[in-house]
Design a protein around this ligand. Structure first.
Ligand code: DC
Length: 228
């Protein structure tokens, strides 16, 4: 029987085009977009606001477990993240929170607290989840798995543009340094490191337009729908 409510996993490093691609892919399929990085970012923000150190795994785990994290679709056609009822979608996009989210995401206490939540959010299907460990840990049985990559320079360039759109102007070399540093942290951590699932389709987006990437992924997902 044709299953049109698949679980689609998109993993990859910062700046690989994941967020834009996931947004457009979810839109084309009529699926919900779940940005799991926003959950780690929201926990980092709550920790900062509560004065809990980014070096305190137990305290951070408690914050992650106690925070009410939800997504809500708003008029701008985006899934916004709410932390204890407050829309924090913009507050979590600063370079400081990016680095903090990467740091706290290495702690098992934090990852464990967010794992069940992500599974509940995506378990019904009809979702595209983006993150670092969706295809390997959160949904190892996802119907379609993608791993997006791109050269460091092109990822740093995309990151710089994204930040500029939010009014944050940083030197390109500084953005590149942060991208490399975050990659290292995300790839080298012991728990659920960033890596391609064995059965994920790798797509190098360096020389592709966003439209080309989305078209490729839509074709593959639709093919899987026919088969499942
Ligand atoms: O996707 P992003 O850049 O918004 O994610 C912020 C950080 O959260 C990222 O550096 C690593 C962490 N993260 C994670 O460990 N696992 C995920 N599934 C998503 C994000």
């Amino acid at each position: 029987m044709k299953n049109d409510k698949l679980i689609v996993a998109i993993d990859g490093p910062a700046g690989s085009g994941k967020s834009t691609v996931t947004h457009l892919l979810a839109h084309k399929l009529g699926y919900v977009h779940i940005d799991t990085g926003a959950l780690y970012r929201a926990v980092a923000l709550r920790a900062k606001e509560s004065g809990v150190s980014f070096d305190d795994p137990v305290g951070l785990g408690k914050i992650a477990a106690a925070s009410k994290l939800e997504f809500q679709w708003l008029d701008d056609d985006r899934n916004h993240v709410f932390l204890d009822g407050r829309n924090v979608s913009l507050l979590i996009r600063t370079p400081e929170i990016s680095m903090a989210a990467s740091k706290i995401s290495a702690y098992p206490e934090v990852r464990d607290a967010l794992l069940g939540l992500q599974r509940r959010m995506g378990g019904q299907g009809g979702v595209v989840l983006e993150g670092r460990d969706i295809g390997t840990v959160v949904f190892p049985n996802a119907h379609a798995k993608f791993f997006l990559t791109a050269s460091v320079d092109s990822r740093a360039r995309r990151r710089a543009v994204e930040l500029e759109e939010k009014g944050v102007y940083l030197d390109f070399e500084e953005v590149k340094k942060q991208v490399i540093e975050r990659d290292r942290g995300d790839t080298e951590r012991k728990v659920a490191p960033l890596r391609k699932a064995a059965d994920a389709i790798e797509v190098d987006t360096t020389q592709m337009t966003i439209e080309q990437v989305v078209a490729k992924l839509v074709g593959i997902v639709q093919g899987k729908m026919q088969k499942s």
